[in-house]
Design a protein around this ligand. Structure first.
Ligand SMILES: Cc1cc2nc3c(=O)[nH]c(=O)nc-3n(C[C@H](O)[C@H](O)[C@H](O)COP(=O)(O)OP(=O)(O)OC[C@H]3O[C@@H](n4cnc5c(N)ncnc54)[C@H](O)[C@@H]3O)c2cc1C
Length: 319
């Protein structure tokens, strides 16, 4: 069922409840891994549209809008805050769910509030940023209260004429020595980098038939660094990592995969690692859930045996 208004969403939830059917909320479907047996219940696609300016630098956006189109609109309007998130597929309503992020930016940085339907109380709620409890790829919506809220609108606070974010090393290199970089240039550069890695949806590109990054970058206690380095016989300084809060570090999952032998193009069946991005598990044609799961399990096992770290899947499992 597709719901294009808040009334239709409330009706659909009630309809499923009365029939005892499980309900799955679908955005753009870009972050899903669906079992071969499918989903026995109501799949509710959120089609609430509209982009409204609602105050100084504030935009109220329907959950069903395309995220990338919204980013493009903001770039034309000279609004800073989402330029590094250009080219991420999916809907606006999907972005707060896993606090999407890329190239040194996270959507939580610009979210002011989220309007949602609470499936427990059957009430509409406006959740401010603190209530959304955003963390790295986590939020109230996918971790603390998974499935409880249906996002219908997201309010963003951007910066008129703001400077683009150039925290990411690839972007710094590309624009080195230039003080006048525009938002549009950064968004275009991000799209180009994504395209070169098969992380932009491009018709006919086999490497982009994925759900984006398949594994999250693991966050571990700082003391674990020594063990990771010892596992491959290198000095600690050779292990890429960055701080992730008190006593914790984040290690790039792609690096762990490569060190454990899961390099670009790895795999023999229809599910393989992308030839341009170590973290993307791709469907080379006709891959089933079982094929993807087999590859996932092999990688998780291999990385755990090598480093004692258990990787977590990023895409949502349906069914
Ligand atoms: C090629 C490619 C590149 C990607 N690159 C990135 C990246 O750089 N960074 C990143 O963070 N992600 C990335 N992703 C993952 C994906 O694009 C994002 O997670 C996106 O925000 C998912 O949105 P969606 O609308 O497609 O959600 P879906 O895939 O439809 O759903 C994902 C989850 O969100 C829930 N959901 C969706 N809409 C709503 C709603 N309105 N209310 C409540 N729950 C909802 C669903 O129930 C499900 O649990 C990439 C994916 C692909 C295919």
């Amino acid at each position: 069922m597709e719901a294009n208004s808040e009334e239709e969403i409330a009706d659909a939830v009630l309809w499923a409840k009365e029939r005892g059917l499980p309900l799955f909320v679908l955005g753009g479907g870009s972050n899903l891994l669906v079992r071969d047996s499918g989903f026995a219940g109501l799949v509710l696609k959120i089609g609430v549209m509209g982009v409204e300016a609602c105050g100084r630098n504030l935009f109220d956006v329907g959950a069903g809008e395309s995220w990338d189109r919204f980013v493009e609109m903001m770039m034309y309007m000279g609004m800073a805050g989402v330029e590094c998130l250009a080219g991420i597929p999916g809907s606006v309503g999907g972005t707060p769910v896993q606090n999407v992020g890329a190239y040194g930016q996270e959507v939580a940085e610009t979210i002011e509030s989220v309007r949602a339907f609470d499936r427990e109380t059957f009430e509409w709620v406006d959740l401010d940023k603190a209530a959304c409890r955003f963390r790295y790829r986590e939020s109230l919506f996918n971790t603390d209260e998974p499935g409880r809220y249906i996002v219908t609108r997201v309010r963003f606070r951007l910066r008129a004429n703001g400077q683009p974010n150039l925290r990411y090393a690839d972007l710094q290199r590309r624009f080195a020595g230039r003080g006048d970089v525009t938002l549009m240039e950064v968004a275009t550069a991000v799209r180009e980098i994504r395209r070169s890695k098969g992380m932009l949806l491009v018709e006919g590109d086999a490497d982009c038939r994925s759900a984006g990054s398949f594994f999250k970058n693991p966050i571990v206690a700082t003391e674990r660094l020594a063990g990771v380095a010892a596992a491959i016989g290198v000095e600690q300084s050779k292990v890429p990592h960055w701080p992730a809060g008190e006593g914790k570090i984040k290690i790039p999952a792609a690096w762990l995969l490569e060190q454990a032998g899961f390099v670009k193009g790895y795999g023999e069946g229809p599910a393989r690692i992308s030839t341009r991005h170590t973290l993307a598990l791709t469907n080379r044609g006709g891959a089933t859930f079982a094929d993807v799961e087999r590859l996932q399990d092999e990688i998780v096992r291999g990385v755990r045996e090598r480093f004692g770290i258990t990787l977590e899947r990023e895409p949502v499992l349906v069914g």
